[in-house]
Ligand binder design. Sequence first.
Ligand SMILES: Cc1ncc(COP(=O)(O)O)c(C=O)c1O
Length: 441
Amino acid sequence: MVDIAPAPGSTSAPLPDRSVVPPVWSRITNLVVDHGEGSWLVTPEGERYLDYTSGIGVTNTGHAHPRVVAAVQAQAARLLHGQQNIVYHEPGLRLYERLAGLLPNGPWSAFLANSGAEAVEAAVKLARVATGRPAVIAFRYGFHGRTAQAMALTAAKDVYRGAFEPLPGSIYHAAYPYCYRAVGGAHDPAECTCDWEAQLDLLFHQLVYPDKVAAIIVEPVIGEGGYLVPPPAFLPRLREITREHGILLVADEVQTGFGRTGELFAVRHWDVDPDIVVMAKGIASGMPLSGILAKKELMDRLPPGSHGGTYGGNAVSCAAANATLDVIEDEGLVQNARERGAQFLDGLRRLAATHPSMGDVRGLGLMVAIEFVRPGEGDGRTPDPALTKRVQQECFARNLLLLTAGTYVNVIRIIPPLVTTAEEVDQALVIIAEALDAAGA
Ligand SMILES: Cc1ncc(COP(=O)(O)O)c(C=O)c1O
């Protein structure tokens, strides 16, 4: 048993030992938290941590936003579960209608599920049924989830798929324009010389006929694979190529969606019009909800009964999502993501000027990252996962929670809630500066 005081209102029995949780949940901290408020998590002893993980990009409205909590409480008292094959419920109907209007070039239609991976599955099923084509192309460094199909699409890191072969087939991986790690040297994404387009063409000539490809799925900003912001021409050109071949373009906005990058959906930065958008995480402030948006004529190609699920579009989750959308709109969170993101990048770039181990600082809105390298080794871009971990731990020791990312786990990713303030960002920058020195960066 661990000696942690019980939370107010809970049973007085001591908490079970943490070992009741299986080791498959690799751990960032051993913290037990009592509650959250805004950008902060609070332990039972009252110690406060600045949570710049946002529960892996979920709590965009901050922890326990009062309007989201009120909506959840009110809905829970009326109806917890109204299964979608059996009845309609008010929060669901309202949410379907709102989601359909979030992107231009509609009409759009939504399908609701529970997790990001489940929504990816829905996107692939829809793409296959609508096109009658078998293959799907994803990108190296991409992450799409942990179900079998989503695992097969994922190429961010070996641990996500390496032990689980055989995986579903007819999935191909294309080269991603990772400008910092480009062959021949790092370059400015605005002047990208990566040969991703030639590699995609090769894929079409060596591995799969383009007219057998149902969809290309892409994260508009790669998340788990290292917070890779694409060069400006990448997504618009990918849209042209997919159109030329009758291939559907699926934007996996599970991590980038709902204001995270400084647009409601990241594809808007490049004015790209995808066929399907995958949503989860920020959609409901922490209640389990996910979904896809597809052009209505496309969505209507999924025959009744060919897809579904017991909990998809749960009434309480839908109420949370409606309140989340209200908060994002009323509190100007998309604009705040843009401004706080710029503040963060500016501060980190200043630190990078005196810390050569900060090989790259990049980001879009409040998806911000530092890639750590050993500057004196090889071509100067050798990944330094040990330093990355030390910086993360030194931040934790100063009550700042951060996550890592990247194939070589040499990237610190910073995912604040979109409600974070300029003062909190300054506070985090001071902590990161101290942590860099303490970690020997
Ligand atoms: C881009 C992207 N797609 C899909 C997923 C899978 O979502 P979930 O963990 O809810 O299944 C994630 C999760 O991190 C993600 O970042």
